[in-house]
Ligand binder design. Sequence first.
Ligand code: 0CG
Ligand code: SF4
Length: 318
Amino acid sequence: MTKPPLSILLCAPRGFCAGVDRAIQIVDLALERFGAPVYVRHEIVHNKYVVEELRRKGAVFVEELDEIPDTGQPVVFSAHGVAKAVPEAARLRGFFQLDATCPLVTKVHREAEIHHKRGRHVILIGHAGHPEVIGTMGQLPDGAVTLVETLDDVATLEAPDGAALAYTTQTTLSVDDTRAIVEALTERFPTITAPHKEDICYATTNRQASVKAVAPRVDALFVVGAPNSSNSQRLREVAAREGCTRAYLIQRAAEIDWEAVGEIRTVGITAGASAPEVLVEEVIDALAERYDVTVETVRTADETIAFNLPRELRAGAA
Ligand code: 0CG
Ligand code: SF4
């Protein structure tokens, strides 16, 4: 039986960013250097496949430090960053800490700290409950940061009387939504201090731009990524807003609901910053089983950025 033709447009850049790459390397190297177990606080990045692979090698994932027994084995903090209280608690327990916080998240932490030192009240644009937001808010004392999620939040925002204001953002937000929130903030508070350089990271920005280029050209678009991955969720949203009515966030090829997808002649594929390329290949293979596929890469940016490993792991790193 001949298969129907299907043109696949592969978004580029897609998948792993420099922060994710570094975070996974930190756990891998810690396992190699110090043996199992290596404790990891929170999913090192928001991807079950990555977490399972590391678990297989001897990583033990916990949500809080109190789940870890007294140990001399490494304790790694995830790429999303942690509140100041976390390394402090780890220090008190004498843990060997390895910080896999993405340097671009740490940059936001330092910005928030500087604003606070200069007497500015910090407005954080982000999603409540996300570990990065918890970590950034936790850089400053209670009450020093106000979280803003929506335009409505800006309209009803009550800033502390007479305080100078500054804003920072989560790194993995929608570029367009954030622009609108920043405009509204600046309109209400014209003297608010802005970040020196955009807090949304290069990887988030580039992946959204690539989806924008592909979404109008395809019948359906698959984002490989996890439901708890903020940057991956945003990619699905961007595709939908660009008019792609069949945009799906899937963790694995097995999650594709072929009936819902329906008839397709062109399909776009991208992957969140925490999704490994092997899962993109799995999706292409699943499509190739049903269709006669041709694959074209649509590249909208080149990425060359890489981050140094923590000092403790540098010597002998590949
Ligand atoms: O996009 P978020 O911040 O939810 O994180 P994820 O682990 O999916 O990817 C990048 C990082 C850290
Ligand atoms: Fe860092 Fe951006 Fe990757 Fe998050 S998505 S780990 S901020 S580079």
